[in-house]
Structure formats: structure tokens, C-alpha cells
Design a protein around this ligand. Sequence first.
Ligand code: AMP
Length: 193
Amino acid sequence: MVEVLDRCGHSVERSDVNQERIDRLNAAIRDVNDFPKPGIVFKDITPVLGDGALFRETIDGFIDMIGDEKPTKIIGIDARGFIFGAALADRIGAGFVPVRKKGKLPWETNGRSYSLEYGEAHVEIHKDAVKPGEKVVLLDDLLATGGTAGAALKLVQELGAEVLCVLFLIELTFLEGRKNIDSGVRCEALLTY
Ligand code: AMP
């Protein structure tokens, strides 16, 4: 059994989470001190991407967290959310939608500004990226302050999509980022620190 946090931040047991997978992922993720600024401990996930079996296991973990739901689109957040999100979308036969940093999307966009662990930022989504009522999953590599995912979630909700869940590989629980994510939407991470 593994303890994870439910949407209210309470500890719950999840029997379908594979502890060995979590141990392997935890061992691979590299802490880089003082990147990109002094005082930040950056969680480097590139060793996970560089290991074919671990990369696949990460996608398996996301699929387990989605459960029986059938999203038609995975929404990935710039930039590492693109890597996991696109692989996940391909595996489950869903489409992929990028939420990008300001000025990168070529078509008409909706945007939101927010503050993050190290600075200010703005994310955008194409206005026609999802249809009203469409079932989607929002995904990023890491939940820190929750500014990025919270803004991305609002953009997707404003387009009328039904967000089944918001998923992360890593959650830095001490930053309490899930406070910035709509509490009515299921929010889970494979690894918590
Ligand atoms: P936040 O909006 O504070 O939740 O920040 C989340 C975004 O910033 C994610 O897209 C992460 O990739 C990145 N990020 C923030 N803090 C870290 C960290 N300590 N290590 C790695 N990535 C981080």
C-alpha cells in the first residue's frame, strides 16, 4: 500500500500504485541545488526520460492514476508536460494539446498570468483546442506553487472542457501548490516530496 494525497490533501491508501516503480523513479530523479536560482532545489527528470523502461513506467503510472476514465485529450504544460503528455496521449489513443508560454502559439489564444516559485509567467492555449464538454486530463512534470497548473486548469475550464484530473510526476507538498488548483478537480502525483 502507498499513501497519496486526495483532492482535499488528506492521506489515502492506493493499492494500485506500484511501490517498486515509485522507488525506481525516486532513485532516478536528480536534485540539482541552486538551479535556476540560488535556494531552488531543481528536480531533474532527464534521467527518467533517458531510461526507456523508466520512461515507460512513468507513463504506466499516469495511466493508473487516470483509472477508468476515458479522456479524449491530454493537455500538457510547457515544457516537460509536453514530453510526458504526448507519450501518454499516444499510448491511450487521445489527442494532445499544448499549454504554452506567452507568444509561442500561432493561432488565436486565451491566456493567464500567474506567479511561480521563481518569477512571473503567462500561459496560453488555442481557443479551439478543446470542445465544450470534452473530457480531458491536464498533466505536468512537477507541482510546486501550483501557479502554472492552476492557470492552465482555468484556461481549460474556460473553454468548457470537463477536466477529469490533474496529474503530476512530482509534487513538492511543502509548497502547498494544490491550494491553487480547483479543489473540485481530482489532483494526484506519482511522487511526493
Ligand atoms: P509552479 O507553477 O510553481 O507549480 O511551478 C511548476 C512549473 O515549474 C513546472 O512546469 C515545473 O516544471 C517547474 N518547476 C518549478 N519548481 C521546480 C523544481 N523545484 N524542480 C523542477 N521543476 C520545477
